[in-house]
Design a protein around this ligand. Sequence first.
Ligand code: ADP
Length: 481
Amino acid sequence: MSGFLHRTFSRLNIKIRVLVFSMAIVPILLLSVIINVTYVRRSIKSESENLYSRSEVLSKQVVTSGYLDDQGDVTMELRLSELAQLISGRVMLVDSSLRVIYDSYSIDKGKVFLWENVTKSANGEMLTYVDRKNNIITTTIPITTINDENELEIVGVLLASESVNSISENLNYIISIELIVLFLLLGFAILLGIILGNRYSSPITDASSQLDTGIKGDKINSIDVKGYSEIEELASQFNTYVNKMETIDESRQEFVSNVSHELKTPLTSMKVLADSLIGMGDAPVELYQEFIGDISQEIERETGIINDLLTMVRMDKSNANLNISTVNVNELVESILKRLRPIAEKQNVELVLESFRPITAEVDEIKLGLAISNLIENGIKYNNPGGFVHISLNSDHQYFYIRVEDSGMGIPEDSLDMIFERFYRVDKSHSREIGGTGLGLAITHMSIIMHGGEIKVDSTLGEGTTFDVRIPLSHIEEEGN
Ligand code: ADP
């Protein structure tokens, strides 16, 4: 049970509701208590001060009228009973021996009044007693006179009790207003709690249930982007991730069919060539040589594809180490160009190298060579007859820079983010015609990142593409490698 409670209350949704609820209710409750207590205190204080001042006026009159010694003064008795009426309560006069000489209720006259407050007032104190149960305030004040020796003498006590029902009536009225406000606020807080709770937690619960779906192997869907700042960011990043995953997954499936197709094509041609040679029986040597030459080309193509796959798998291993040596980058690029020039010529694409300065750098010659040659190969492959590929080499004291610029078909803007993903190809049908596996740029990217470098692409559809590569001149061994 406690586990269930803990789980329930640790849920973000519930937490937000409880928070909003307490933020709305707790201050108003506190405020109500403070208002009520202050109201009661101030009312009692002002009522008792009122009673004191009336009693004082009356006590002076009692002294001057000599009523304490002779109760024959009717005017004084009238005044005492007037006060009792005015305060809707009781007025009592007690002499210095605590004997009651006037009682507006006419109950205790003649009796000795031994109430603590009266005794204290007979010793000079002004006191207020609050009877909360019956809503009565009783003040007792000493009646003083100046005696013959010119000293202040206490000659009696004046007691006045006032019913203060009005204070509790007002308090009840205030409480009822506070309750109405509290209930309105309660409704508002519950509503706000539900709205905010859902707004904040639903992207998270949605994401979590979508991830559950993913774990079970089903398709993950995008979630609603709502909530505020961080939650929105989380939801939109989740969606970006899901979209990316979907694209990668689609590309992967395509890759499998592409690779199978690519691997099968050379095999099919080899089979056709071999079968026709077998079928011909006594074919002339020239024909044999021609067919075997074709078969050899197909083997080369097949090897190329397999090599690409192997390179990628090898690079993919996290512990793949670079085989660092000091390499003359100009020579490396020139040797790549030498190898690619016949292919470029065949496509009628011009290859131009512009070296601004000699560069030597600490790199893995094979892996960097692969990265550069993939970029140049693409520049040739995705070009138009009569086009060009410009390669430029430059460096500063920290980095060397390689730019590969072509006048080819360009890459659509929405594909620019994806081209470095494995298996991704912009125009599937076109790329298949051209050949390739969608692995070239992934290999290039991996190799450059392993060298601590950076690659950027800029492209205009129909005009051409420029790849900018930046690699540190000296290799810094990464921690953990
Ligand atoms: P592929 O083996 O298909 O060439 P890459 O990883 O080398 O694979 O390239 C991925 C995709 O990016 C290519 O299929 C192509 O559509 C696009 N691409 C790469 N380089 C260029 C370029 N220089 N010009 C136009 N498109 C390019």
